[in-house]
Design a protein. Structure first.
Length: 148
């Protein structure tokens, strides 16, 4: 009897663990989180460091600029306190509406314009789990289309 109860307990634990995995390949499960709406903005101000990231304060809003630190060695005038003009898509953070994240598409600093928008290639726009490698593997595509 003890073995049967132990086996039943293990079977129920396994069933509970498998059913709590979220989305399956048929789309059932937890819904995908919806991205916050972005608005196109142009921000002018001085660069500062906020929360370990470069930011620009404009009015009562603070625009965090992730990824701009990677250009500090290539753009000489990209320093703390530099006067900049940024264009891109801004989204509010969930914690504070006054702090926004800005995905920069164009940077103007020291009289020079820099285009920072990511180019959209045909390979990255293709659906599938491998990006550009996906079309090169027909055996995986056939297996994926059969559903197993």
């Amino acid at each position: 009897m003890k073995r049967f109860m132990l086996f039943a307990l293990l079977a129920l634990s396994f069933a509970a663990a498998v059913s709590a995995q979220g989305r399956d390949r048929w789309g059932r499960g937890f819904p995908e989180p919806q991205p916050l709406p972005a608005e196109q903005v142009t921000v002018t101000g001085n660069l500062t460091i906020v929360q370990g990231s470069l930011a620009v304060k404009s009015g009562d809003s603070t625009y965090l600029i992730p990824g701009l630190l990677r250009y500090t060695g290539f753009i000489d005038s990209l320093k703390d306190g530099a006067q900049v003009r940024l264009e891109g898509a801004a989204t509010s953070t969930l914690q504070d509406a006054k702090i926004k994240v800005l995905r920069v598409s164009k940077l103007t600093i020291g009289g020079k314009d820099y285009d920072l928008a990511r180019p959209q290639s045909a390979a990255s726009a293709q659906p599938g789990p491998g990006g550009p490698v996906w079309p090169m593997m027909p055996q995986m595509r056939m297996r994926h289309n059969r559903g197993w």
